[in-house]
Ligand binder design. Structure first.
Ligand SMILES: Nc1nc2c(ncn2[C@@H]2O[C@H](COP(=O)(O)OP(=O)(O)OP(=O)(O)O)[C@@H](O)[C@H]2O)c(=O)[nH]1
Ligand SMILES: [Mg+2]
Length: 343
């Protein structure tokens, strides 16, 4: 299953206590204080890594604790610092404080990291308090507590193109034909319940990432069908690919109408999404009633339309080349990368 949101608990290490100790050696009367300081507690960091695509592993582990600092030793020896812990998450993960809802960091590039729980400071040993007026201090301090907090991690899929369309339009079929992804495909609406990513090979090493999301229906903005929350997964794509069933069963919206419904739902979710560059895939052209709807669709959408059949493979090569060219014309926005292949 594709995991795109999870909660975890992070706990930093406690600082080691300072030691109360006096030097005791034969032939050294009244040895001075020599209790060392405690080591600092380890901290917890969240770090973006290119080698992960999902939050599943992190969600499964749930708790991450850094090491405690060791207490100070005699002979003014400092305690060892606690071990830091790095929670690895996919690039594109946003890290929130679960309780305040505050966004701590948006990890946009590989190697980006944020300290989410700072380790406690090590306590001072009695040696630290020695001064000319107090040569035998009996004072020490304990190590500080490590920070602890709950985090909510949210992964926005980083794809170049996002598929949008009514249920059953053939979005998942298209993704399975064009990419390495193997989404579930069936002839009933809302087959896709969670988003899925696939890498489309263009044959020239450029490639692009395509995101398949659940189907939208009229009123999705108000919660109809599966709602429209999952649209956040295509918010950052460079382009939207509208997938249209060119010969829908009786009673369902006609192709041109289907396009307008989806476009409107995108706009209700976010104007930015609606104004994204888009292409249109006229799917299921193998069906007998498909051809007669093509002209009307072209007129309604005013964009480049690719007639294809995800079932037979007709027109798919042209489509892939068309998308690749379109993406070249619409390079990623500077801030953060939109494609995991760009890294
Ligand atoms: N004849 C024909 N059938 C197709 C074509 N593409 C997809 N289908 C069929 O249409 C049905 C729906 O396909 P899906 O790929 O699951 O559609 P979807 O848009 O992902 O649907 P949801 O996930 O429910 O939103 C399946 O029965 C597919 O086999 C095509 O080009 N021609
Ligand atoms: Mg699907």
């Amino acid at each position: 299953m594709f995991k795109d949101e999870c909660e975890i608990l992070v706990r930093a290490g406690k600082g080691g206590n300072g030691l109360l100790c006096f030097r005791r050696e034969t032939h050294v009367p009244r040895g001075g204080p020599d209790g060392g300081d405690g080591g600092d507690g380890g901290s917890v960091f969240v770090e973006a890594s290119m080698s992960l695509n999902t939050l599943t592993g992190v969600a499964f582990k749930r708790r991450f604790s850094a090491g405690n600092g060791m207490p100070g030793g005699p002979n003014n020896r400092g305690g060892k610092d606690g071990r830091d812990v790095f929670v690895k998450v996919p690039v594109g993960t946003q890290v929130y404080d679960r309780d305040t809802g505050f966004l701590l960091r948006d990890l946009k590039a590989a190697g980006d990291q944020v300290c989410v729980a700072r380790g406690g400071r090590g306590g001072f040993g009695n040696k630290h308090f020695a001064s000319s007026v107090d040569q035998a201090p009996r004072k020490t301090t304990n190590g500080g507590e490590g920070e602890q907090r709950k985090l909510r991690l949210e992964l926005k899929l980083i794809a170049d193109v996002g598929l949008a369309g009514l249920p059953n339009a053939g979005k998942s079929t298209l993704l399975s034909r064009l990419s390495n992804a193997r989404p579930k495909i069936a002839d009933y609406p809302f087959t896709t319940l969670t988003p899925m990513l696939g890498i489309v090979d263009t044959g020239d090493f450029s490639g692009f990432v395509m995101a398949d999301i659940p189907g939208l229906i009229e009123g999705a903005h108000g919660g109809a069908g599966l709602g429209d929350k999952f649209l956040r997964h295509i918010e950052r794509t460079r382009a939207v690919l509208h997938v249209i069933d060119m010969d829908p069963p009786e009673g369902l919206p006609r192709p041109a109408e289907a396009f307008l419904i989806v476009k409107e739902e995108l706009g209700k979710y976010s104007p930015e999404l609606a104004s994204k560059p888009f292409l249109v895939v006229a799917n299921k052209m193998d069906l007998t009633g498909a051809k007669k709807n093509l002209a009307k669709l072209k007129k309604a959408c005013g964009a480049q339309v690719f007639p294809v059949s995800a079932a037979t493979g007709e027109g798919l090569k042209k489509l892939v080349n068309g998308i690749a060219e379109f993406l070249r014309e619409h390079p990623p926005v500077k801030q953060g990368s939109s494609s995991i292949l760009d890294e």
